[in-house]
Design a protein around this ligand. Sequence first.
Ligand code: SF4
Length: 314
Amino acid sequence: MSRKPKHELENNKLNKRLRHAVGDAVNDFNMIENGDKIMVCLSGGKDSYALLDILRQLQASAPVDFDLLAVNLDQKQPGFPEHVLPEYLQSIGVPYKIIEEDTYSVVKRVIGEGKTTCSLCSRLRRGVLYRAAKESGCTKIALGHHRDDILETLFLNMFYGGKLKAMPPKLVSDNGEHIVIRPLAYVKEKDLARYAGLKQFPIIPCNLCGSQPNLQRQVIKEMLQDWDKRFPGRIESMFAALQNVVPSHLADTGLFDFAGLQRGQKLKHGGDLAFDKEILPPRFSDGLRAENGETILPAAAPKKVINILASKPQ
Ligand code: SF4
């Protein structure tokens, strides 16, 4: 009996995991409906290549009928390899459109040397892509943001914007004309990086514009990556929190009618813990703290110790 090599099995597992994660997000947020024509925004980065690839796989197997149109905006950045995307898209046989619009010169002209160019650049790009979606009769616009982008945005907004706000998996554009979807919302960035290597996507570098990377985002990215290494499971838990919001236990008077609270009302979301310390179930993945203060990681902890510690409220 012939056995598949280990790396092939791993690669199949990764592909399956990505397909499931995208399928789940598509279902949970009703992202794709029968008859949709989806404009897939392709930048030449690993995320958008993977997005297109997985959407094509879903298209082949999904019970709903939808069309895909890959769109790239050539912003005329110096050194942009114009031939790469058309060649790739022709080779896989996907309908596509390349829009040429020199937003690069506009940004350089308007924004002074040394200043951050990203916000104007993305505003211009958004305008062009929305127009393209309308002209091409697309009903949805798909972007390649993933789970880690969503969490980074959450922390950026909390740290610098004073808002509990992330990046929605589905939204309506400001003018109400477009529905934007993020089918990679449940996908981990490191899975996308592995997948891109595996599929050998012809990646176009993202620093052609010469803009400095967004340092605040970079710092948050590193913080999250560090947590992911030191506390396995924490990133998953934080993302789960985004899907499990309890307005009555936050402090936004616009979200919950605190002023109108009455005595005798029913318990809300597990009720009040005003006099108690919140007891959270210990998670093995975070490790457990022994009485001498040491953290015992799951792999190192004898089962009996874990059981004893796990049964104690922390
Ligand atoms: S990195 Fe460059 S291309 Fe990307 S948004 Fe910023 S200015 Fe635009």
